[in-house]
Design a protein around this ligand. Structure first.
Ligand code: UTP
Length: 287
């Protein structure tokens, strides 16, 4: 999980707070991702962090003072919740010294990966689904034995914000990828299938990332590694997931996730719904 980006879209809060630790109700975005990985059968996780992201390590560790305090107060319910976080998975941390791109961040973890496929989950794409999106992707990987990109249909006015695939052949929700274009204009887009921040990559992707030339801004992007791979004639597939996706790296995306997740909770849902109805009836806040 590369989480060393600057989170520019979420400034000013990301000045001293990782965007991956922003809460959806009461749980940081990154915990949803760790839980998704665990629920998909993954036991070992590497988190690529960077400057200003140290509270991530503290969060996924035990907090003895807090645990002691909760015992003293007899808050067994909260104690179990807090302890669970430290036992979710085996997590290793690597630091990306400079934010030189998501592909560069992944290369920072290459020495911990041993000639095996790995799932890459970007720190801001949450998918709410009955079966975790990553578990769905793993099934496709097992059939194809090649990198899998997670994709979704994108509305026309959003196409220029996505990496868009050029598909050639479709079997159900799975497409063979012929090419990909980063943030094209609608008229130049080869499809409306946009890449979402979840991938399964193979050792060959690491090799291709090493060969990929940094872009104008000096960044190495994961998409550059995939392009190199396609140039060599190696297959890549894209999978259109089942579920609802939230881009929590974007302010409106996090607000939508917060409302939807709150509405689904027994303790908050009815209150939140009542509040939303009231706002709608009055035509705005404070009216
Ligand atoms: P994003 O582009 O979504 O994240 O990168 P960002 O750069 O933090 O956000 P903005 O665009 O400035 O608002 C996708 C993922 O790759 C990680 C990010 O943390 C995010 O999880 N990333 C990005 C790195 O780990 N290192 C980088 O150099 C860039």
């Amino acid at each position: 999980m590369p989480v060393a980006g600057l989170g520019t879209r979420f400034l000013p809060v990301t000045k001293s707070q990782p965007k991956e630790m922003l809460p959806i109700v009461d749980k940081p975005v990154l915990q949803y991702l760790v839980e998704e990985a665990v629920a998909s059968g993954i036991e070992e996780i590497i988190i690529v962090t960077g400057r200003g992201k140290r509270n991530i390590e503290d969060y996924f560790d035990h907090s003895f003072e807090l645990e002691y305090n909760l015992v003293e107060k007899g808050r067994e319910d909260l104690l179990a919740e807090v302890k669970k976080i430290a036992n979710l998975a085996k997590i290793a941390y690597v630091r990306q010294p400079m934010p030189l791109g998501d592909g560069h961040a992944i290369l920072c973890a290459a020495h911990l990966v041993h000639d095996e496929p790995v799932a890459v989950l970007f720190g801001d794409d949450i998918i709410d689904a009955q079966k975790p999106a990553l578990a769905q992707m793993i099934e496709v990987y097992e059939q194809k034995q090649a990198p899998i990109l997670c994709i979704q249909q994108v509305a026309e006015h959003r196409i220029s914000s996505y990496g868009i695939i050029d598909p050639e052949g479709q079997e159900g929700n799975v497409y063979k990828v012929k090419g990909m274009v980063e943030k094209p204009k609608v008229e130049d887009a080869p499809s409306n299938l946009g890449i979402v921040g979840k991938y399964i990559i193979t050792p060959e992707v690491f090799d291709c990332l090493l060969e990929a030339k940094p872009s104008a801004g000096g960044e190495i992007r994961l998409i550059d590694g995939f392009r190199k791979m396609l140039e060599k004639g190696s297959p890549i597939y894209a999978y259109q997931f089942e579920g609802k996706r939230y881009d929590t790296g974007d302010k409106f995306g996090l607000i939508k996730a917060t409302i939807d997740f709150a509405l689904k909770r027994e303790d908050l849902g009815p209150k939140v719904l009542e509040y939303i109805k009231k706002i709608a009836e009055h035509g705005g806040v404070g009216k």
